[in-house]
Design a protein around this ligand. Structure first.
Ligand code: MG
Ligand code: MG
Length: 265
């Protein structure tokens, strides 16, 4: 069952969402060559604690860290650890926080220094796909319409669209109905719904440099590209309101759509 949020509930979700964004702002200076992914996770832990929230991923089905960090060929669900970041790494960080009963979920992908054209394209297409999905988050559109806009951006790029993982409704629980895949399937068409004010979605395209095929490593978590290509993952929690899409996972000084080169992407 889909739970539509009241205006008051959306305001409370915006508090959780802003905390996620503030955590990104805190860790952004650390996502540089020479930092270990463990150090970034420690910073996420400290920031979430300082803000008074609860990290949603720690202990989720046994996940052992406070955020997911997925580098280069890692698509999603990477486990922070001793790996030290280097120049040209493409680093996706996914953070979820619960605050006073409501959840915020967002992922941002960082490129460290210079990288080849293909890597830069993966990141820009992923961001454009997220932006297209958010632009479709208005009352009267349909879920197929929103998702079709995401899919069109990725298909037109000829990069790999990851089909195995989906976005989701979000609210008191991190994962609520409906599922929000990044491509339109017959199943989705059969279960299409009109978007209504109060629906809150975590929209999260994943884009690979090669094919969209993925596999999971023996750690049971880390999802990597099947062909070894690089991958990006961008996510925002977005409320559908009478005034259009409202991105909840934005922090101080951030706006949507983002000004190029600024945080919030
Ligand atoms: Mg997430
Ligand atoms: Mg999510």
């Amino acid at each position: 069952m889909i739970h539509y949020k009241s205006g008051r509930e959306i305001e409370r979700m915006a508090i959780a969402g802003e905390m996620v964004a503030q955590t990104f702002q805190q860790i952004a200076p650390l996502v540089v060559a020479g930092t270990s992914t463990q150090e970034i996770d420690d910073a996420v832990r400290d920031m979430v604690q300082a803000l008074g929230g609860k990290p949603l991923f720690l202990g989720y089905n046994g996940f052992p860290a406070h955020c997911c960090i997925s580098v280069n060929d890692e698509v999603v669900h990477g486990i922070p650890g001793p790996r030290v970041l280097v120049e040209s790494d493409l680093v996706s960080v996914d953070i979820g926080i619960e605050m006073e009963g409501f959840c915020g979920d967002s992922a941002r992908t960082f490129l460290i220094g210079e990288a080849d054209e293909l890597t830069r394209q993966v990141l820009s297409v992923c961001r454009a796909a997220l932006a297209a999905g958010i632009a479709g988050a208005y009352p009267g559109n349909t879920l197929v319409g929103l998702i079709g806009a995401i899919e069109a951006v990725i298909r037109e790029s000829r990069l790999g669209l990851v089909e195995n993982f989906v976005g989701h409704g979000i609210g008191r629980n991190m994962h609520e109905e409906p599922q929000v895949p990044n491509f339109v399937s017959p199943v989705l068409q059969r279960n299409d719904l009109e978007l209504r004010s109060g629906l809150v979605l975590a929209i999260e395209p994943m884009v690979n440099s090669g094919t969209g095929a993925v596999r999971t490593l023996d750690d049971g978590w880390t999802v990597v590209t099947a062909d070894g290509g690089v991958s990006a993952h961008c996510e925002h929690s977005v409320a559908i309101t009478d005034d259009g899409p409202r991105v909840l996972t934005l922090g101080p000084g951030e706006c949507w759509p983002p000004v190029s080169g600024t945080p919030g992407q």
